[in-house]
Design a binder for this molecule. Structure first.
Ligand code: ZN
Length: 71
């Protein structure tokens, strides 16, 4: 298991407040699995929204594609 850290960036569609999280591969898999969309709650206005993983974290998306093509 690699300890590469991925930076996930999202923006709330309601108030525009951006959120960022740094997670390891293990943490992302545990929390989001292989879902293409991630569920977020805005810290500022508490709105719940979905973000596209490919946009929120291109590095993670790239790593997933590589993992898929290897299997
Ligand atoms: Zn918000």
């Amino acid at each position: 298991m690699s300890d590469t850290k991925y930076r996930i960036k999202t923006a709330c569609p309601q108030c525009g407040c951006s959120a960022a999280a740094v997670m390891t591969e293990e943490e992302i898999k545990k929390r989001y699995g292989d879902a293409p969309n991630i569920h977020m709650t805005c810290d500022a206005c508490q709105a719940e929204y979905e973000a596209n993983m490919a946009e929120a974290c291109p590095e993670w998306d790239k790593a997933c594609q590589m993992a898929k093509s290897n299997t």
